[in-house]
Write a protein that binds this ligand. Sequence first.
Ligand SMILES: NC(=O)c1ccc[n+]([C@@H]2O[C@H](COP(=O)([O-])OP(=O)(O)OC[C@H]3O[C@@H](n4cnc5c(N)ncnc54)[C@H](OP(=O)(O)O)[C@@H]3O)[C@@H](O)[C@H]2O)c1
Ligand SMILES: *[C@@H]1O[C@H](CO)[C@@H](O)[C@H](O)[C@H]1NC(C)=O
Ligand SMILES: *[C@@H]1O[C@H](CO)[C@@H](O)[C@H](O)[C@H]1NC(C)=O
Length: 275
Amino acid sequence: TKVLLSESLAVPGLPGLSSAPSSAELLRGKRVIVTGASSGIGEQMAYHLARMEAHLLLTARTEAKLQKVVERCLELGAASARYISGSMANASLPEEVLREAENTWGGLDMLILNHIGQSGFTFFSGDVGHVRSLMETNFVSYVALATAALPLLKESEGSIVVVSSIAGKIAGPFTASYSATKFALDGFFSSLRQELIIDKVNVSITLCILGYINTGKLSPEECALQIIRAGALRRRELRYPGPAIGSALLLHSLAPELLEALLRGSYRLENVRRT
Ligand SMILES: NC(=O)c1ccc[n+]([C@@H]2O[C@H](COP(=O)([O-])OP(=O)(O)OC[C@H]3O[C@@H](n4cnc5c(N)ncnc54)[C@H](OP(=O)(O)O)[C@@H]3O)[C@@H](O)[C@H]2O)c1
Ligand SMILES: *[C@@H]1O[C@H](CO)[C@@H](O)[C@H](O)[C@H]1NC(C)=O
Ligand SMILES: *[C@@H]1O[C@H](CO)[C@@H](O)[C@H](O)[C@H]1NC(C)=O
């Protein structure tokens, strides 16, 4: 299959490649939660995990979409697939999702945090309420989900995967609220990772720094596979696409003002709304 073909390339730079388990092998029969799984990258992650024969618990707001994704996952070979619908702006959903995992599986191997609430590409409008609710959906719910999952992940020596963005490392214009929520994820989960190491808790945390995906060769499908691989291999960070993200981060550390000027210059201001 397509998954196995790209998996056979294994991990660059590691010795003994042929004997290294592929992420498909690492995920077979594992119990995985994917948030924001009704569309985009989350939906594609669900399909890859299904082909890898994982058990899936999917979540997002739109029940009708989740039903279709679950159906497709079962066709593709998922060991099992179910969903819970609801908004992550609702503070009781994270615990509800983890209760479902515990009740049906008695444990959990991987938590993939991927959902995001709506935010426009505009000048900051002064709407503080929107910032507050976006923080709740994009950040606080990630903390609540990880907190509720940790006891189960400790037991299974499992993994947390946090999907972030280049906007969570470098702040460009017109994404103030979104960027803030993604910076917050880096701060929280990078600190938590250190504490787990200090306490010798074997739960990995993978932070995914993604560039703009839906263009040209960068498909949500390939991106989804790279996220799953990075999580299964317990990587600290994934950069996708690696070279572009790497160059942006390097230039940002060497000449931040130059990079920011390039970013400002890359937009057609007449196309940006002021609300
Ligand atoms: N696509 C890119 O170019 C790109 C670039 C950098 C980073 N990323 C990151 O990649 C991740 C996935 O992005 P995507 O482009 O695949 O997004 P997407 O297609 O917009 O999907 C977002 C998912 O989140 C769900 N969602 C929206 N509001 C929600 C809420 N209030 N509560 C719970 N779930 C909610 C959506 O389903 P419902 O509407 O049914 O709830 C959907 O399943 C995000 O973390 C994003 O920041 C993406
Ligand atoms: C939040 O979720 C709980 C449990 O699913 C539900 O009973 C409650 O009505 C929801 N609250 C809101 C504001 O949607
Ligand atoms: C941590 O857990 C992984 C997955 O179970 C395992 O492969 C690895 O050997 C463990 N590391 C330590 C230090 O126990």
